[in-house]
Design a binder for this molecule. Structure first.
Ligand SMILES: [Fe+2]
Length: 295
């Protein structure tokens, strides 16, 4: 490759110009796919792309709007259709392989994506239009992940005499131990509204807000890139959580938190019941990705 480019400067410039021209004409979603392919090529569970590659992918996503994926806020899917307490959400898969996935979440006003995790993943999230409330968390103590990039959860020791909030499903044994995975301390990362246009958010296996919930303030859509995607057989399940204020559980464990910092913490309890909208898969109708293999 190097020898060919050196053989003629003029030819190289021409090729480079043609490549730039080609890229300008290429649909942005195709550029996104090709960038993901390069960025996640050597990644896997718990393996984060390099800072340069993260910036490359961010730059591509930062420049995208709803129009680039065929979405407008006036479309039917953004009109609330209520099921129980929440309007349902549409998910459109644009592309998925074992290294990464690209998809779209379409939320009518008041739709809620329940609090969930992204085990071992690096996630890029770009709000294309609209406004939504974001509440995100990281585990306070992130132990070393296992071979699937999943973080372990320590059992939690509380005082035998402690009075627990009656809403907690996690009940301590006689020795005051709440089972591993049932309840865990998390640090608040974001607790705010975001509105488009805005830049892409990036979260990592252990920080950046690996657990999050979104509430649509208006009709909104976001582009979601996961590297690697969820995979049940490989132990990367999507788990759902219920949040409790930090003050609702008296702790006698090793973790001590200064009074003024308590607002920044919450207890998360894994739950089977998702507290939010149902998600329906819809066909993606925007510009199609043309998959290709790296030579
Ligand atoms: Fe998510």
């Amino acid at each position: 490759m190097g020898i060919k480019t050196k053989s003629s400067g003029r030819r190289s410039n021409k090729t480079s110009k043609n490549k730039n021209k080609e890229r300008k004409c290429t649909p942005k979603v195709q550029v996104l796919y090709e960038t993901c392919k390069e960025v996640f090529e050597n990644c896997g569970p718990g393996i984060i792309p390099s800072p340069e590659n993260i910036q490359r992918l961010k730059d591509v996503m930062d420049g995208m709007t709803g129009a680039d994926v065929g979405l407008r806020p006036t479309m039917q899917i953004f009109r609330p259709q209520w099921i129980d307490k929440f309007p349902y959400i549409s998910y459109m898969k644009i592309y998925e392989c074992d290294k990464f996935s690209i998809g779209l979440f379409c939320l009518p006003p008041s739709a809620v994506i329940p609090l969930h995790n992204h085990p071992g993943m690096t996630v890029f999230c770009k709000l294309l239009f609209g406004k939504m409330y974001v509440n995100s968390f990281d585990w306070v103590k992130a132990d070393s992940p296992n071979e699937n990039g999943v973080f372990s959860t320590e059992p939690l020791k509380i005082a035998n005499s402690a009075k627990l909030n009656s809403n907690f499903k996690a009940r301590p044994a006689a020795n005051g131990v709440i089972p591993a995975g049932a309840l865990r301390l998390a640090n608040t990362k974001k607790d705010c509204d975001i509105s488009a246009p805005c830049n892409t958010c990036v979260l990592y296996p252990a920080d950046g807000g690996n657990l999050h919930t979104f509430t649509a303030k208006t009709a909104c859509a976001f582009l979601d890139v996961l590297g690697p995607p969820y995979c049940d057989p490989q132990g990367r399940h999507c788990s759902y959580y219920r949040k409790y204020p930090f003050s609702s559980l008296p702790v006698v464990g090793k973790k001590s938190v200064a009074e003024e910092q308590k607002q920044g913490y919450a207890w998360l309890e894994e739950t089977e019941k998702k507290e939010g909208s149902l998600l329906y898969a819809k066909n993606y109708t925007g510009p199609q990705v043309q998959p290709n293999d790296l030579a």
